[in-house]
Design a protein around this ligand. Structure first.
Ligand SMILES: NC(=O)c1ccc[n+]([C@@H]2O[C@H](COP(=O)([O-])OP(=O)(O)OC[C@H]3O[C@@H](n4cnc5c(N)ncnc54)[C@H](O)[C@@H]3O)[C@@H](O)[C@H]2O)c1
Length: 342
């Protein structure tokens, strides 16, 4: 919200948070009106666009209400964990032709943009292997994790989006293994460490390792191996000073967490959205529709972990009943047997 408040192409009208005291103090600082009820903002004719960054399980209903009220929408990920709700929002964004963006800020990070440009420009030829490493730091608060949708929906979705950004391909099959080291996370039936591999029709293979913590700082690296070479994006360090002594070389730590690492990317994303609103433009249909593929990949990975077997993307719908905790409206009773080799 600070980014909008300081932007010349938009002005902040409302700050809405169900924590009314928090809304009031933020609004006072940012110089706008406040409310604990989103309808106050959605019904205000002075509002052209809304930014949704509330708790994950509130996104769907806010996006829907905002689009139906004729407002452009920028939302934090995810749209919804429920594929029916996700499709409904994608179709609503298409039919209203209102500017709509989901915040996958890695796509606008300058390092990953350059990585993508190198891949798209043919620097390494045909892509053969993509390796992503995504380790959060510090461990998010337990109250956040409880409503996050779990490590697959909350974290892996970013890596799947990055692999799609780099390759413009959707995998055929996913295989995931995982473990939980943290007892509080285990008590939520979630895990804190995951390794996922995926195979694509072109022959491309990708792996992602995801962790809720990394004791040495936020760790997000990507390597792309192709027929002509290798291109990689490394962590951003706190500074560039290396101390060399007889004991060896001591380099600075990686930046502490995502607000530091993506300090420039978040406002750039919002600025991009403000341009869409100003120009009354919409994202390309393929960019909007990709959210449907990304959710299916995330579901396939989680199903693979749950079932202990590789899961083909085209078998996900038949297995979704195993993920019914994600759905607002649980699916009907599961079929009697599971054929994951289909
Ligand atoms: N793209 C990224 O890198 C990234 C990073 C962090 C968080 N996120 C996403 O941002 C969202 C918020 O995450 P956070 O870490 O800021 O969470 P948070 O728990 O710190 O803050 C959520 C805020 O929403 C408010 N809130 C809760 N329920 C609400 C409701 N129904 N209506 C309005 N306000 C409500 C809370 O009072 C709180 O102020 C999550 O959906 C998360 O997935 C994305």
């Amino acid at each position: 919200m600070d980014a909008i408040a300081s932007m010349s192409k938009a002005s902040l009208q409302w700050l809405v948070d169900t924590d009314a005291a928090h809304a009031a103090s933020c609004a006072k600082r940012l110089g706008c009106k406040d409310s604990a009820v989103a309808a106050d903002c959605f019904s205000d004719p002075a509002v052209d666009a809304v930014i949704i960054a509330s708790v994950t399980n509130s996104h769907y209903s806010y996006i829907k209400a905002a689009l139906l009220a004729g407002k452009a929408v920028y939302t934090e990920k995810p749209i919804s964990h429920d594929p029916a709700e996700l499709l409904e929002i994608v179709e609503l964004a298409e039919s209203t032709r209102l500017p709509f963006m989901v915040g996958y800020q890695r796509r606008i990070d300058k390092n990953f943009l350059e990585l993508q440009a190198q891949c798209a420009g043919g620097a390494v030829g045909q892509l053969r292997v993509i390796k992503c490493c995504s380790r959060d730091n510090p461990l998010p608060p337990l109250e956040y994790l409880r409503v996050s949708g779990g490590i697959f929906c909350d974290m892996l979705c970013h890596d799947i989006d990055m692999i799609h950004f780099l390759s413009n391909q959707v995998p055929l099959e996913m295989y995931a293994i995982g473990h939980c080291y943290n007892a509080d996370i285990a008590a939520m039936n979630d895990i804190d460490t995951v390794v996922v591999s995926m195979k694509f029709a072109s022959g491309l293979m990708a792996t992602v390792d995801v962790s809720r913590t990394a004791s040495y700082g936020y760790d997000q690296r990507v390597e792309v191996f192709g027929e002509l070479g290798m291109v990689s994006a490394h962590n951003v360090q706190e500074n560039t000073v290396v101390v060399a002594t007889e004991r060896g070389y001591v380099a600075p730590r990686a930046q502490w967490s995502f607000p530091q690492r993506y300090q420039a990317a978040y406002p750039s994303n919002v600025s991009q959205f403000a341009d869409l609103v100003r120009d009354k433009a919409v994202e390309e249909p393929a960019i909007l529709r990709r959210h449907i593929d990304l959710e299916r990949c995330t579901a396939a990975a989680e199903l693979s972990w749950l079932l202990g077997t590789p899961v083909k993307l085209d078998s996900v719908d038949g297995l979704r009943h195993h993920l019914s905790h994600h759905l607002s409206t649980p699916l009907a009773a599961p079929p009697p047997t599971v054929d994951t080799a289909a």
